[in-house]
Structure formats: structure tokens, C-alpha cells
Design a protein around this ligand. Structure first.
Ligand code: NAP
Length: 289
């Protein structure tokens, strides 16, 4: 495993996004626990979760409880989030009210069974609440010692600068969607590189589908993502590994958090930390736009 820095912590260059272990389509508990243990065995030391990773309408915190059980005693960083909810209709609501965030963090603390949350992230800016106020709740949680370091998610460049101004170097990470398919957070990725903030791409495998592995017709269906599959075939690795290695090459501050609901997939993804693409390979992938 290779490592990258997040604040003054060293974490595996590839983390586990634990969301698929708790939402719709989730595996049974035995497989979920086996997936987390496979990540640990593969050297993964960063685990991303949220209080809202649970079935619609259910109690918050299924994913946090699962990680707490599977990781008991392990020397890893659990990064959780607050500020979203999952009512019975299956939607994802947003609540950036400082009172809610502080209550949510208390719940996460209890479920994770820790004295202080390793990394606490504002899940999404709430358009109904001034961003400064939501980030102010993170500052209070930091001052109270309830969270060690803070991050923001789904944040625009201006919001990252605002959070930095409020939190100083206690802001250590930004988690935005970024993948071969969805690259609109390029400015935020660049800003994080400039400021030395970890950039955690969520849904990092977007565009590299499983079905497109199925032979030449599948490759054609993969459209311009076919280059990821071609390089994978040349290297004898999975296209998902090529996608993750491409992300890692974007900047030394990028730390992808691929999801998994099976031990095999996180084992494969973790190996991407060791895969270094050549300049020529990266140029072929960049030409895709
Ligand atoms: N901050 C936010 O707003 C936000 C939003 C969405 C997600 N996230 C975070 O980002 C994490 C990742 O996103 P995601 O789970 O939506 O999408 P993803 O990582 O792009 O894709 C996950 C899917 O890809 C498959 N996969 C993973 N590695 C693979 C490999 N090496 N080979 C083949 N298939 C592989 C998994 O299959 P199996 O299920 O078969 O293992 C899983 O179904 C989430 O778990 C969550 O922690 C954050």
C-alpha cells in the first residue's frame, strides 16, 4: 500500500467508500463485515461513511455502527459526515443548521464509540442556511474536541476558500464527485492541490461500468471510456484500477474512496495504489476530455 497525507495524518492512497454496505441493494451483514475486513487486510486505512448511509426511513447510522464493529481496535481513520437525511421516500435531504450538525455529530460519536471523530465532513452545503453558519458548527465541534479535523463535501471553490478562512489548517479535506465520467469538480481538485487539502473523489468509478468488460461489443458500448479498458487489458489489471490510478496521478493530494459491497472489489481497488501509469498512458486518457 502507498500512503498520502490528510492534514498531518498518513492514510492509504485508496480508501473504502462504505456507503454500498448500508443503502438500497446492500449485502447481508456477513458479506458487509467481510468487505471491511478485506479492505483492512489490503492495507486500507481510510474509511468513508455518513450518518445518512442507511435504508430510507430507518434510523441514522447503520453504516457507522457497521464500521465501528468491523474496525474495533484498528489503527485507521474513519471519516464521517453530517448534514443529510434519508426519509422514507428514499430522497436525500439537506440540513446544514448548526444545531442539527452538532446533534448529528454527537450521534456519530456515540455510534463510532470514539472520544473524538477522526474527520468530520459537512455532507453538503444547505442553500437554506448561510454556509458560514454550517462551517461555524464544525469550528465549535473542533474547539470542543469532539472532532479532530474537518472537511467539506459537494463544495464549490468559493465555499472551500470560505471554509478555509473559518477553520484554518483544521480544514483538511474536500469530498466532491469526480470520475472519468464526471469531471466538473476539476477547479476544486486544482484548488485542493494548491492549498494542500486532500481531495476525496466520490463515486470515482463513474463511467467505468462492469458490463463494458464483456468482450469487444462491450468495449464498443463503453464509448470513450474504452481507453480505460484498453490500457487495463495491456497492463493485465482491471479498468477500475486504471481509473483509480488515473485519479491518483491527477495530484498528490487526491485520495479516491471507491465503494464496494464485496471483498473482491475492494481488494482489486486497493491494488490501484501501486499502479503507476506512464506519461503516454495518462496522455491517452486525458485526450478523452
Ligand atoms: N459526499 C457525497 O455526497 C457522496 C455521494 C456518493 C458517494 N459518496 C462516497 O463515495 C463512495 C464511492 O462512491 P459509490 O460507492 O457511489 O461509487 P463508485 O465507487 O464509483 O462505485 C462503486 C461500485 O463500483 C464497484 N467497484 C468498486 N471497485 C471495483 C473494482 N475494483 N472492480 C469492479 N467493480 C468495482 C462496486 O461493486 P460491488 O458493489 O460489486 O463491490 C460498487 O458497486 C461511497 O461509498 C461514499 O462513501 C459520497
Amino acid at each position: 500500500m502507498r500512503y498520502r497525507t490528510l492534514g498531518d495524518l498518513k492514510v492509504s492512497a485508496v480508501g473504502l467508500g462504505a456507503m454500498p454496505l448500508s443503502i438500497e441493494g446492500r449485502p447481508d451483514e456477513e458479506r458487509a463485515l467481510a468487505t471491511v475486513r478485506a479492505a483492512l487486510d489490503a492495507g486500507v486505512t481510510l474509511f468513508d461513511t455518513a450518518d445518512s448511509y442507511h435504508l430510507p426511513g430507518a434510523e441514522p447510522g447503520h453504516n457507522e455502527r457497521l464500521l465501528a464493529r468491523a474496525l474495533a481496535g484498528a489503527d485507521v481513520l474513519v471519516a464521517t459526515k453530517g448534514g443529510r437525511g434519508r426519509p422514507a421516500d428514499g430522497s436525500w435531504t439537506v440540513d446544514g443548521d448548526p444545531r442539527h450538525l452538532k446533534r448529528a455529530a454527537e450521534g456519530s460519536l456515540r455510534r463510532l464509540g470514539v472520544e473524538a471523530i477522526g474527520l468530520y465532513q459537512l455532507h453538503k452545503p444547505d442553500p437554506a442556511v448561510p454556509f458560514e453558519e454550517s462551517v461555524g458548527a464544525l469550528r465549535e465541534l473542533l474547539d470542543e474536541g469532539k472532532i479532530r479535523v474537518a472537511g467539506v463535501s459537494n463544495a464549490a471553490a468559493e465555499q472551500i476558500r470560505t471554509a478555509r478562512a473559518i477553520l484554518g489548517d483544521r480544514l483538511v479535506s474536500v469530498q466532491n464527485r469526480y470520475s472519468p465520467e464526471v469531471r466538473d469538480s476539476e477547479p476544486e481538485l486544482r484548488l485542493c492541490a494548491e492549498l494542500g487539502l486532500a481531495f476525496l473523489p466520490w463515486s470515482p468509478l463513474g463511467g467505468i461500468s462492469r458490463s463494458s468488460l464483456d468482450g469487444p461489443s462491450g468495449l464498443a458500448a463503453a464509448g470513450h471510456f474504452a481507453t480505460f479498458h484498453e490500457i487495463a487489458a495491456e497492463r493485465g489489471v482491471s479498468p477500475q484500477q486504471v481509473g483509480l490510478a488515473w485519479l491518483l496521478a491527477k495530484s498528490p493530494t487526491v485520495i479516491p474512496i471507491p465503494g464496494a459491497s464485496r471483498p473482491e472489489t475492494i481488494r482489486d481497488s486497493a491494488e490501484a495504489a501501486e499502479l503507476v501509469l506512464s506519461g503516454a498512458e495518462l496522455a491517452r486518457l486525458e485526450r478523452l476530455g
